[in-house]
Design a protein around this ligand. Sequence first.
Ligand SMILES: [Zn+2]
Length: 420
Amino acid sequence: MSYVTGLKCIHCDREYRTNQVDYYCPACGYQDGILDVVYDYDAVAKELNPAAMAKQGERSMWRYLPLLPIEEPSLIPHLQVGWTPLYSAPRLAGELGVSHCWVKDEGRNPTASFKDRASSVGVVKALENKATRITCASTGNAASSLAGFSAAAGLPATIFVPQRAPEAKVAQLLVYGAQVFSVQGSYDQAWELCMEASAEFGWYNRNCAINPYLIEGKKTVSLELAEQFAALTPGSFPDWVVVSVGDGCTIGGVWKGLWEMHRLGFIPRLPKVLGVQAQGCKPFLTAWEEDGCLVPGEADTVADSIAVGHPRNFCKGMRGVTESGGAFVAVPDEDILGAITVLARKAGVFGEPAGVAGVAGVRRAVKLGIIAPEESVAIIVTGNGLKDIQSAIRAGGQPITVKPDLAEVRKAVAANRGHH
Ligand SMILES: [Zn+2]
């Protein structure tokens, strides 16, 4: 039993009962007719309020069950997902030129990325639907995450990844036993192929943009942020919440979760949302700066998780930034690689390129005057650095090679004095 009252099309406002449609609004089609899960918030508030949550012992995203579209909690897989740490990072704040900085380390999830929040919900919905197989297309992390959660649930998975997906992510898929198609094409082409295969074979479709339930898992990162800030700094909340943007689902979920926690009385005011894209792939920024319309474009960036030229959840992604009074920025690959070491050295958190893009984005937004020096930021680091070791090596440099001889170490230490 959930508090979901229905599904509402974000394009035409038509409402549906949950058993009426599978994924998207039939009147608008999958390009436009993305559905939003609607709740009875008055009923939710009786269970999910600050006093009740103070006594809630569950240390995972399932502590927010009243705000999730789950009908059968007994089907939830056993892997612990969510309730990731929120760190105060004063040295990083100094480096970026803001008053305070917090880092939410999503690399601490079971398959080392933020996507676990969505995959766990997807797997439960597939099981509730008595599906025999689940599928998705992914730039990497959603895929490895789905593979992990379907393995945990004993549900077969078929996954489509573009050829450029980093080896470590593909290795994760294969280790978890998923059937993997490495598509000789872009992520956009892998996505279309997955849609066709899902329709042909009747597989449950985990693609976040068209499956309205996935974003509900993603929003839990904001539910946690709200509660964790209430504990850290009662009565206040950061001015900005920062996250990298690919398809638009993550930032859309982040915004929905913030809105809900404000509605339920956990946070005093809504923050602005900063969406960070890569310079080589910035359809959201372009649309936001121009007429608000999506023009699919190139996807050329080292940050594979946000290399999405044709965002599939454009409306929800835009809404997060526009409704919050926030902004989009884009950062070049060299800044993203630089942010890997900045985050690691100033805050002790090792993120993958898309995971640290938010760090580079804050620096850029400060430079552009979008974020003021007296403002505070919370950065969501969406994936662990070990996910993409090639980029990490490019960012981190090479070790000092020596023979097993102290004299060589002595010489190297003397030569490096002043560098480290
Ligand atoms: Zn519609």
